[in-house]
Design a protein around this ligand. Structure first.
Ligand code: GDP
Length: 407
């Protein structure tokens, strides 16, 4: 992918001329789930705008994914002038402030930094507007920093929608196709995935994936999360109840269906509790339940590619399950159900010692939610809460009402 070099780039990285290709460089923010959904979005944007995609992978992203093409790399070379955002003109100052249009191409820089992360002042509110995309089309190198799944905003741009509709007849399967095309686990990650799967999941009649993401562990007691998880699983018949009248065995019941429960969490206690529960008592259905957890890292670690490989292994294993319970608003969970192409049960996001009913709801589609979607008409400044949902196939997310998703 990098065969065509950016030969005329200056030392400051602010001038690129006479290149044969145009580029979009993805720049990271936040955890692996955030990164994967935003890389997928940037890749789709690159396809739609005929740009080469390069990724700024620091050592913490090394060894996770295969290269998209053999004998080439999508990783931005370490000696590239585009590693730093300093001295770069920003989309906000250039395109928005000067309200540029097609006729202004001479005044556009050749490298532009676009921050598509959420910020309360929401400066990128016009990225989804056709006239701004026409201006951006004149810029050789775009550097996009994002932690969001901004694909729904691409569906809001008229010049892209024809291609998008042809590419994705099923609008709820965009991440499913793009993600599975783009992210191939490295041999190291794939080895861990297949060994775990073969050892614990392959022989089960049904595989249940439970992703327990606790966003505020200091203020959220484990018991409250455990109670919520059990209510969700039992009320929706995802897991069977324990037969309290026959605690020793259930000899009469000949149903020996084996259910494998894969728990992913930073903490070991949820899987341990479930395992103990199903060891101590027989189930009322007679089903046999095995509970397995690949890793429990205790905390999110930064600058650590071994930790990130474990996260990828967990997400991928979840995506091999037949039923998924994922935690609301977690991009880690979004990758798992997006890869699988399955509507998950969304566990309510607890942040304190509380309870919630219902404990979980069925999602509308397997697509990730775009948490901070545009709220502005392209010709006006007045924000509209549900602006995004005026487009076909775009609905408000069940787990985050400021967000929208493809359905
Ligand atoms: P989000 O914060 O839930 O949206 O997901 P992210 O993936 O963006 O960030 C959370 C990070 O915490 C992950 O990338 C992992 O580094 C770590 N993490 C959270 N939950 C788990 C888990 O269940 N398993 C593993 N291995 N890591 C986790």
């Amino acid at each position: 992918m990098t065969k065509v070099m950016m030969s005329n780039s200056s030392k400051t990285g602010n001038h690129v001329s006479a290149t044969m290709c145009k580029y979009v460089i993805w720049s990271p923010a936040n955890g692996l789930g955030n990164r994967m959904i935003s890389i997928a979005s940037t890749f789709l944007y690159a396809v739609l705008t005929e740009r080469v995609l390069l990724v700024r992978f620091e050592p913490d992203m090394h060894g996770l994914f295969c290269e998209p093409f053999q004998e080439s790399t999508w990783v931005l070379p370490m000696d590239s002038p585009f590693w730093k955002n300093e001295n770069l003109e920003t989309y906000e100052s250039v395109v928005l402030a000067r309200n540029l249009t097609l006729d202004d191409q001479l005044s556009l820089p050749s490298v532009l930094f676009i921050d598509l992360q959420y910020r309360p002042e929401d400066p990128e509110r016009f990225f989804h507007c056709g006239h701004n995309q026409e201006a951006l089309n004149k810029v050789d190198v775009l550097i996009i920093q994002s932690d969001q799944y901004f694909v729904p905003s691409l569906f809001m741009i008229q010049s892209f929608s024809l291609d998008l509709n042809k590419m994705f007849p099923e609008k709820d399967a965009v991440f499913h196709h793009v993600g599975r095309y783009l992210f191939h686990p490295s041999n190291e990650a794939w080895g861990q995935i297949t060994r775990f799967y073969d050892a614990y999941l392959a022989k089960a009649n049904e595989r249940i994936g439970l992703q327990v993401r606790v966003f505020n562990p200091a203020s959220t007691p484990q018991q409250a999360v455990m109670n919520l998880l059990l209510s969700c699983a039992i009320e929706n018949k995802i897991l069977p109840e324990i037969d309290t009248r026959n605690p020793v065995s259930n000899a009469k019941n000949t149903n020996h269906t084996l259910k494998a429960v894969l728990v992913t969490s930073l903490y070991p206690e949820y899987a341990e509790n479930l395992r103990t529960m199903y060891l101590r008592g027989a189930t009322i259905t007679g089903e046999v339940i095995g509970v397995y957890q690949p890793s429990h890292e205790q905390e999110q670690k930064f600058n650590d590619n071994v930790h990130n490989i474990k996260a990828l292994v967990d997400m991928y294993l979840l995506s091999l399950c037949d039923v998924l319970v994922t935690t609301s608003v977690s991009t880690f969970g979004y990758v798992a159900h997006g890869f699988r192409g399955l509507k998950p049960w969304l566990l309510y996001r607890l942040t304190s010692d509380e309870t919630h009913s219902p404990a979980c709801v069925r999602d509308l589609s397997p697509e990730p939610c775009y948490h901070f979607a545009p709220q502005h008409q392209c010709n006006g400044l007045k924000p509209e809460q549900h602006f995004g949902t005026s487009f076909p196939h775009i609905f408000e997310c069940k787990d985050f009402n400021r967000g929208v998703k493809l359905v």
